[in-house]
Ligand binder design. Structure first.
Ligand SMILES: Nc1ncnc2c1ncn2[C@@H]1O[C@H](COP(=O)(O)OP(=O)(O)OP(=O)(O)O)[C@@H](O)[C@H]1O
Ligand SMILES: [Mg+2]
Length: 366
């Protein structure tokens, strides 16, 4: 039996009431709001189920056991648990009184199979040209931010992009809890550590980023930029580390840059606001925006070039690809294409100099 199966069997007893949901391949997330209110995401849509735990105590016991199984705890002192289970599930739990209806949990299942670029195009999450363009950005070592809302598919898209890193580089991946699937020959994987019971020993993303910079990385990949490490990341990008990647929680390319700025400001920067913005404007090359749509699908909504910070005090951003208007089809699915927005990337010369067969006409330049 594989270690994954041994592990999952060990927690199976406690998770019996939701076992069918966890083993249903179509279910991607199980959300427990209280012992008798359990929802799932199935085919991208959220639905309530009839599954129930016997009472709050048995749900709480399940949460305790999951925590223990990964050497953590969830109790009065630490009423929140963030964990990645050995079989790949990501789990977050909050217990009462913070969770007012009862123990609350979300279990995200990651599909065992990794999406490839091809699959991503096949499910309509991006167009063939959009995919080729992102592939080019990866080849040329552009610094890319994947931006999107909660559960919009950022981590999945980041994994897809990582699969296109050209051979022969040294990659360092830094995550809070290891989620990314990076299959690469030369890769260093870092994961943060929570403080112990005495509040000691914490290692955060920023610490690991500082270490990474001394470990001769070619590319640094930060699973989710959500703290003051934004500052080091921007500086790494500006000091010759090409091809850095990260995800950020934001609703548009501009928002992503503003959010990065706010996060970097928390990093006791000696930089003036203006200098920081200039650094961000030159560090980030491309922002890929991903969203979850009402039909449950996740798609790339835009691919935007960042061309600096202008005199008027705004980030100079121009969409290269944008999603066309979505139209509802008979089966309820939305149909749309990622189409060129008319902006020729400023690095078109680089594409041509590298003899990449992707002509100017692909961008529909105005
Ligand atoms: N293009 C896609 N089409 C369909 N399902 C997808 C797609 N991308 C991701 N998913 C599924 O959507 C769920 C959320 O994906 P993911 O974890 O990548 O999102 P996220 O934006 O990183 O979430 P979070 O904000 O919680 O970190 C997963 O179950 C994943 O398998
Ligand atoms: Mg994520």
């Amino acid at each position: 039996m594989s270690t994954d199966n041994v592990y999952i069997n060990s927690i199976r007893n406690f998770l019996q009431p939701i076992w069918n949901l966890l083993t249903d391949e179509k279910v991607t997330e199980v959300m427990i709001n209280s012992h008798n209110e359990i929802w799932v995401e199935i085919g991208g849509k959220i639905e309530r189920t009839s599954a129930q735990f016997k009472d709050e105590d048995s749900l709480r016991a399940a949460a305790n056991n999951i925590a223990q199984s990964v050497g953590r705890r969830i109790n009065n002192e630490e009423p929140r648990l963030d964990a990645r289970l050995p079989n790949g599930y990501r789990i977050h739990a909050v217990i009462p009184p913070c969770a007012r209806k009862g123990t609350t949990m979300a279990i995200r299942k990651f599909s065992a199979v990794q999406f490839t670029f091809k699959d991503y195009v096949a499910i309509g999450a991006m167009s063939t040209d959009g995919a080729q363009f992102l592939d080019i950005c990866m080849k040329l070592g552009k610094n890319i931010l994947v931006s999107g809302g909660t559960g919009s598919g950022k981590t999945t898209l980041l994994s897809v992009l990582c699969s296109r890193i050209p051979k022969g580089q040294r990659i360092i991946v830094i995550e809070d809890s290891s989620e990314l699937k990076v299959e690469y020959e030369h890769v260093v994987l870092f994961e943060t550590r929570l403080p112990n019971e005495q509040g000691l020993g914490e290692v955060n993303i920023r610490d690991l980023l500082k270490s990474s910079l001394r470990l001769r990385p070619d590319r640094i990949i930060v699973g989710e930029v959500r703290g003051s490490e934004a500052l080091e990341l921007i500086q790494a990008m500006n000091t010759g580390h090409k091809g850095c990647l990260g995800t950020i929680h934001a609703n548009s390319a501009e928002d992503a840059l503003v959010r990065l700025e706010a996060l970097a400001q928390g990093g006791d920067s000696q930089l003036s606001e203006k200098a920081l913005r200039h650094q961000i404007g030159s560090a980030i090359d491309v922002v890929v925006q991903i969203s979850r749509y009402p039909d449950g699908s996740r798609r790339i909504g835009s691919i935007t070039e960042v061309m600096g910070f202008d005199q008027a005090g705004l980030y100079n951003v121009k969409p290269i690809y944008e999603l066309s208007r979505l139209q509802r089809q008979a089966d309820g699915k939305l149909k749309g294409e990622l189409i060129p927005a008319g902006h020729l990337p400023t690095f078109m010369n680089e594409i041509e100099d590298n003899q990449i067969p992707f002509p100017r006409s692909k961008f529909n330049p105005r």
